[in-house]
Design a protein around this ligand. Structure first.
Ligand code: FPP
Length: 275
């Protein structure tokens, strides 16, 4: 997913990366196979990728250079998530509010989405990644919408990693669109929904709620990302700027997560009794 030509044989494309030894060795599991659950590993990691602009400004580069380098961090984190056995990885690439940015920055971001989809999707498909784009897709130009539809369709049979890119996405928009649909259903005679039924109307209904939210760039806020689904997520904030984020930083966040006691409203004693 880089503005520069991608390196040959990345971990997203193990067939290209593997040498003759790997070809002769034990057969790897089929690329589309879901990873077995690993104790202490979050099933679903969501990331607010912040700090691209500051990364570039610190180097006297235009802000958009930070976004280009940010695409490389996206690739590293996808590889790390696969290696760690994470099932769902959800990245906040462009918020409903990001449309307010200067037009040239928005335009570069749109071009990056297009070039990333063009360059990376085949390797992702080969490596068992299922790609979904979630948000107000109608806001995008037709070419980008076509690429999104093609990428989703090509990768639909995979489940080794469920990668979701939230683009033109806002948590309040998501709740509102679910509520609008439910109002229509209620008018047509459906009963009022409980929490689980309401959640089925949200745009991430295919995924479990995030277990871990990582936000890079030093800010400590949710910024209208998955606000319903984040109710019980563990929140990990790091000063690292997104273009500097990689497999080590990802592993550190997962190690921190493994130490958390997730009580979901219960007491520590109750959890210990259950074992
Ligand atoms: C926030 O940093 C980052 C964004 C608004 C864009 C994120 C986009 C990418 C990482 C590249 C494209 C991604 C994909 C999936 C192809 P900021 O600009 O707010 O940084 P700042 O806080 O330092 O100004």
């Amino acid at each position: 997913m880089s503005a520069a030509a991608p390196a040959q044989g990345t971990a997203l494309d193990p067939a290209a990366a593997a040498g003759p030894e790997a070809v002769r060795g034990a057969a790897p599991p089929p690329a589309t196979e879901a990873p077995p659950p690993r104790p202490g590993v979050p099933r679903h990691v969501a990331i607010i990728m912040d700090g691209n602009g500051r990364w570039a400004t610190a180097r006297h580069l235009p802000r958009v250079a930070g976004h280009s380098r940010g695409v490389e961090a996206v690739r590293r984190v996808i590889e790390a998530a696969i290696a760690q056995g994470v099932e769902y990885l959800t990245l906040f690439a462009f918020s409903s509010e990001n449309w307010r940015r200067p037009a040239d920055e928005v335009s570069v971001l749109m071009r990056l989405f297009v070039s990333s989809l063009q360059r990376e999707v085949d390797a992702m498909v080969r490596n068992g990644v299922r790609l979904r784009i979630v948000g107000q897709i109608d806001a995008f130009e037709p070419r980008l919408r076509e690429l999104i539809a093609g990428a989703q369709q090509k990768s639909a049979g995979n489940n080794r990693l469920n990668l979701t890119i939230c683009a033109s996405y806002g948590g309040r928009w998501d709740i509102l669109q679910a509520a609008h649909r439910l109002v229509e259903q209620h008018r047509a005679g459906a009963s009022l929904p409980d929490e689980a039924e309401f959640a089925r109307g949200l745009s991430m209904a295919f995924a479990p709620d995030p277990d871990l939210l990582i936000r890079t760039g030093g800010e400590r806020r949710i910024s209208n990302f998955l606000i319903w689904q984040m109710a019980y997520a563990e929140l990990f904030f790091t000063e690292a700027l997104w273009p500097d984020f990689g497999s080590e930083e990802f592993a550190a966040a997962l190690e921190w997560f493994a130490q958390r006691e997730r009580r979901f409203g219960r007491t520590s004693e109750q959890l210990q009794r259950v074992g």
